[in-house]
Design a protein around this ligand. Structure first.
Ligand SMILES: Cc1cc2nc3c(=O)[nH]c(=O)nc-3n(C[C@H](O)[C@H](O)[C@H](O)COP(=O)(O)OP(=O)(O)OC[C@H]3O[C@@H](n4cnc5c(N)ncnc54)[C@H](O)[C@@H]3O)c2cc1C
Length: 309
């Protein structure tokens, strides 16, 4: 008798899957309402953590601190704060870390960061950290945070090759990182090959695939041009002619992302990090495809907005 497709078994297997959701800090009260709506819709899926990205400029940085603290205080979710080396001295970063620790934040996503758009290559602050690995060392010296780092299965745009990427990941692990999250990708083989190569190179960190549920192909092209992720021609063909048809685009995106996640799950992947872009629907649908269903009460949206304008 086949029992592996029963709902009960699906839920049992789903409980072992770890999921996490990434959000960006909103810049307007309307966007803040969308963020809280997304958190409200995704919280019942029981994510292991939710992370909030960190911008290259002052105002968005303050927003990260405010939103992470609000999530910590107003919900039962476990928030992680992204932090970069860009434009800050080691002393300033230590101040930020102490602030997070005092607010009860225990998880940092440590990144080198990219410079603000139009400012060319990354130039370290004269008294700052030069790389994510150095930042991880600084965080470890400051407090006992859980530390996630980024990794790039298709190669970081500035990297001379795979070996440099793997050496860099190893440096981050040795500095004290506890998890790596990948840049997004669309071909499961890209991730599986990189995971195997990392293990062969002596990396023992868990490498969580970063999943971008695509809804808007034009937006995907813009983001990918900046971060170096490859958009395969077959994906471009699937979205051809859908620029003004977002509803069909969403259905196509759901199918593509669900197939990607299911392929990874079949290969034993048991943790997924979703780049939600603050939009909950597609991520919820994909989680359902993976057998992850709502199992805990939702958060209540905060009565008072955090954004001061
Ligand atoms: C999951 C995830 C979340 C992200 N969140 C944010 C965010 O919130 N805010 C943001 O601004 N950006 C974010 N980014 C983007 C990230 O900041 C950029 O990709 C950035 O260009 C590299 O960051 P990194 O942490 O991988 O850098 P690093 O690990 O420092 O690597 C950067 C480059 O330098 C090279 N390198 C590092 N150390 C050495 C060394 N000792 N010798 C030689 N080469 C070296 C590496 O090989 C690589 O090519 C995120 C990326 C991912 C995947």
């Amino acid at each position: 008798m086949r029992q592996d497709s029963s709902a009960g078994d699906g839920i049992r297997r789903a409980r072992r899957l770890q999921i996490s959701f990434e959000f960006f800090p909103p810049g307007t009260p309307k966007l803040e309402r969308s963020l809280w709506h997304a958190l409200e819709r995704l919280a019942p899926l029981g994510p292991d953590f939710v992370s909030v990205t960190y911008g290259a400029l002052g105002a968005t940085r303050t927003r990260t601190h405010e939103i992470v603290s609000a999530i910590r205080h107003r919900t039962a979710l476990n928030p992680a704060a992204h932090l970069t080396c860009v434009g800050a001295s080691r002393t300033e970063i230590e101040g930020i870390l102490r602030g997070y620790w005092d607010t009860g934040i225990r998880h940092i996503v440590a990144l080198r960061g990219d410079p603000p758009e139009g400012q060319g290559a990354f130039v370290p602050h004269p008294e700052g950290y030069r790389s994510a690995a150095e930042l991880v060392t600084g965080i470890r010296a400051c407090a006992d945070f859980e530390i996630s780092v980024a990794t790039h299965p298709e190669g970081h745009p500035e990297s001379p090759g795979l070996k440099a990427d793997l050496d860099n990941l190893k440096r981050k692990e040795e500095a004290g990182a506890t998890r790596a999250i990948t840049q997004y990708f669309f071909d499961p083989a890209v991730y599986l090959r990189f995971r195997d190569q990392a293990h062969q190179a002596g990396v023992h960190l868990s490498i969580t695939p970063g999943i971008l549920p695509v809804t808007d192909f034009a937006q995907l092209n813009r983001i990918s041009a900046r971060c170096g992720a490859r958009v395969p021609p077959w994906l471009a063909r699937l979205f051809e002619g859908l620029d003004n048809d977002p509803e069909t685009g969403k259905l196509v995106g759901a199918q593509v992302t669900a197939e990607l996640c299911q392929s990874l799950k079949r290969e034993g992947v048991d943790a997924f990090h979703f780049y939600t872009l603050n939009r909950p629907e597609l991520t919820r649908a994909i989680c359902r495809f993976l057998g992850v269903v709502e199992s805990i009460p939702s958060i209540r949206q905060p009565a008072a907005p955090t954004l001061r304008v």
